[in-house]
Design a protein around this ligand. Structure first.
Ligand SMILES: Nc1nc2c(c(=O)[nH]1)N[C@H]1C(S)=C(S)[C@@H](COP(=O)(O)O)O[C@H]1N2
Ligand SMILES: [Mo]
Length: 251
């Protein structure tokens, strides 16, 4: 379902090629000093330039601080500041949110993970739970405060014998969405594999049955409807990341 090609015009908000190039060139101004690679190379040398700009774009991302300071905590808020109603966002409209059967659901584990036994929701609920009230920031220009609860992701990765020296954790979702994160963020104290929103079972629109919630990352890095995760050293990309958004995507 939710093949982007079947969406109404304008609904796939991916960056078209010219926009993407402009987006990447925007980082030239910021990164000129760090681009010796570009000296003597024509700006129309697209693949090389784009590759350099993409690297610069990543390097200059204002959130790179997180890469070097994994101990830093994102702000948390009192329950009274929770945004109600909390906004919904996806690459499709709310009526097309996937309906996942929680009884039959099993989280699939792949890649550099010692114990790849799939997990039921009941088993995940038996692990120690924690919740936090944090701000979700969407690149489309809105932010909202919500309360998510679940398993600390670092606890889960340790429990399943994930290779914590690996570079990436990738996610596949029930709606075809996918994304991936760096291991330091996966192990960050505020990164939660969430089962609840605002004290209730995660509603379908906010990602039932599982959403990976990271207050240190922009909205698009927080996958909803997670059905499989894998640990890898091969760059996995992401749905919006492959359409020009920064991979690191911190907030
Ligand atoms: N599976 C899936 N996860 C997703 C998305 C999506 O389209 N599908 N959109 C992302 C984006 S861009 C945002 S801003 C948040 C929105 O989460 P919310 O609906 O709980 O506000 O989900 C993120 N995770
Ligand atoms: Mo977003």
């Amino acid at each position: 379902m939710n093949d982007p090609r079947t969406l109404a015009p304008g609904q796939d908000r991916g960056l078209a090629q010219p926009e993407r190039r402009r987006f990447l060139r925007g980082s030239l101004a910021l990164g000129a000093g760090t681009l010796p690679l570009l000296a003597g190379c024509s700006i129309s040398d697209e693949p090389l330039v784009e590759k350099a700009l993409l690297q610069t774009s990543r390097f200059n991302d204002r959130v790179q601080a997180w890469l070097f300071d994994p101990e830093k905590l994102a702000p948390t808020y009192p329950d009274s500041m929770i945004t109600r109603p909390f906004p919904f966002n996806a690459y499709y409209r709310e009526s097309r949110v996937p309906q996942v059967d929680g009884e039959r659901f099993r989280l699939q584990l792949e890649g550099r993970i010692a114990d790849q036994r799939p997990w039921s929701l009941a088993e995940l609920r038996e692990m120690p739970q924690t919740d936090q009230v944090t701000r979700l920031i969407c690149v489309e220009g809105w932010s909202a405060i919500g309360k998510w609860g679940g398993v600390r992701f670092s606890d889960f990765l340790e429990r399943i014998g994930a290779d914590l020296e690996a570079k990436y954790v990738g996610f596949r979702c029930a709606d075809g969405y996918y994304t991936s994160i760096d291991m330091p963020t996966a192990l960050h104290a505020q990164t939660l594999l969430t089962l609840t929103f605002d004290g209730q079972t995660l509603p379908a629109r906010y990602g039932f049955p599982l959403k990976l919630r990271m207050p240190t990352k922009l909205g698009y890095k927080n996958p909803k409807h997670v059905e499989a995760l894998f640990v890898t050293n091969t760059y996995p990309g992401g749905y919006w990341e492959d359409r020009g958004y920064n991979w690191f995507g911190g907030s």
